[in-house]
Design a binder for this molecule. Structure first.
Ligand code: EPZ
Length: 430
């Protein structure tokens, strides 16, 4: 296993190329199950979660091929071709699903195309209990019969799914994606109300439309889908990773410097970038990406509260909290999406941060300096926040268990090295 070693105190200067979005790529890959023709995705990031999804789709009978992984410029921008000509198995086994919750996204397309799907229940994870009840009640509304037995969800609709009106009881990214995928092949019209509006859902809807789906209301909280009897192949470029972009923007804010986040789109993370500006960081949308700069100015304390899109994303909460640990003043960071997404707090304490947890809020009193320490990553975004804290801490920080990081950040340490950070990946022998 590897760890990341950071020696703090270096500003970041230059250009960071933002890769394709993991959270857009995963549902897009699942979309291949809706058609027997090839779905060709470009700008595919090189990440452990993408490999897990490819393995899962492979076990349903999908032919997966990948080009561009030896490209000189690194792993970014690979092209993946997915052809689910025949579905050879409608079961998603525990061994694959337990590795990645997004595996549950095969449920909707499988039951829509094959009339049956058996998918392991994902189980809990470090950031919360994360149930899938909304995915299941939505599929029931489309006429699927759902049974949960021995840790597996079995969905069946032998006569096919039928369109219906369904209002999500709570905004859910994954449930919106599962239902959108399923409704494409349902008989008649489906209206999804209180749908999530994240840019990743818009990306999925655009790809589904290219595959022959009839969807209106894209980008709004009401999606209307006229079912079609057959979908076809398509080519689609995966959107840039807005969470990767936001993470690097906050890294520049904490370490200081001037960086162009090449390929990133400001409109995808407006809320987070507005809050970052209020900390005294310059953030500008440029033609080629987002320009971020903090030179000399102190970091101002700013309160944030996470919310579904277009609010401040929960996937940037840990990184913003890390920035607030060295702000001039006190701030309150409130997490409203997941009940246990503060696992980074005890690790940041080990680096000298002053944070008090009160229920779903963290009161962060800025300190003058953080000190390098060995710390442990608990989930993907928490890991990124610890690397960020290491960029500004005095001395050496070692972040362990970075397999979490590799699930969602492509070559994070290489990208930081390229803009001047003193960071390396080393083997963890302990
Ligand atoms: C997606 O997870 C993202 N994952 C998460 O990214 C992200 O944090 C989250 O959306 C919120 O933005 C992918 O896109 C692969 P939800 P998802 O369903 O779809 C509750 C990262 O770091 N809920 O929108 O699982 C749930 O427990 C991550 O990249 C139910 O109660 O999130 C949570 O409190 C991790 N029942 C809330 O809704 C359900 O059936 C929102 O979750 C479904 C969800």
């Amino acid at each position: 296993m590897d760890k990341i070693r950071i020696r703090g105190g270096k500003p970041l200067n230059g250009t960071i190329r933002i890769g394709g979005a993991k959270n857009a790529a995963l549902p897009l890959m699942a979309a291949c199950l809706l058609s027997d023709e090839p779905l060709v995705l470009s700008n595919v990031p090189h990440l452990a979660d993408i490999t897990t999804m490819a393995n899962l789709l492979g076990q349903h009978g999908t032919q997966v091929s990948l080009e561009g992984h030896d490209a000189k410029e690194g792993h970014t921008g690979r092209v993946m071709s997915l052809t689910a000509r025949d579905i050879t198995s409608t079961t998603a086994p525990y061994d694959l699903v337990r590795r990645m919750r997004a595996s549950v996204l095969v449920l909707g397309p499988l039951v829509a195309r094959e009339g049956v799907a058996t998918v392991s229940l994902p189980g809990g994870c470090a950031i919360g209990t994360r149930p899938v009840d909304i995915h299941l009640s939505g599929l029931e509304a489309l006429g699927a019969e759902i049974e949960v037995e021995s840790g597996y969800i079995r969905a069946s609709a032998p006569q096919g799914l039928r369109g219906a009106r369904y209002a999500f009881p709570k905004v859910s990214v994954g449930a919106t994606e599962n239902l959108l995928l399923a409704a494409c092949l349902a008989d008649g019209q489906t209206i999804l109300e209180n749908a999530a509006r994240e840019p990743e859902i818009t990306d999925l809807a655009e790809c589904l439309i290219a595959m022959g789906a009839k969807i209106t209301g894209v980008g709004s909280d009401t999606l209307v889908i006229e079912g079609v009897s057959k979908m076809h192949g398509a080519q689609h470029e995966i959107m840039p990773d807005r969470i990767e972009a936001g993470t690097f923007a906050m890294a520049v804010a904490i370490a200081g410097g001037e960086v162009l986040l090449e390929g990133a789109r400001l409109s995808h993370i407006d809320a987070a970038m507005d809050q970052l500006r209020r900390t005294g960081t310059v953030v500008e949308g440029r033609e080629g990406g987002i320009f971020v700069s903090r030179t000399g100015s102190e970091i101002l304390a700013v309160d944030v509260e996470t919310d579904p899109y277009p609010g401040f994303p929960t996937d940037l909460q840990a990184q913003f909290l890390a920035l607030m640990t060295v702000a001039n003043g006190a701030s309150v960071v409130t997490e409203t999406i997941f009940e246990n997404r503060f696992m980074h707090v005890p690790e940041l304490h080990r680096m000298g941060a002053n944070i008090t947890l009160q229920g779903r809020s963290a009161l962060v009193r800025g300190v003058e300096r953080l000190e390098g320490a060995p710390v442990m990553a608990s989930d993907l975004r928490a890991s990124a926040s610890l690397v960020m804290a290491g960029l500004v801490a005095e001395g050496e920080t070692e972040v362990r268990r970075i397999y979490h990081l590799d699930r969602g950040y492509e070559r994070l340490e290489e990208k930081l090295q390229l803009v001047g950070a003193d960071v390396e990946r080393v083997e963890d022998t302990e």
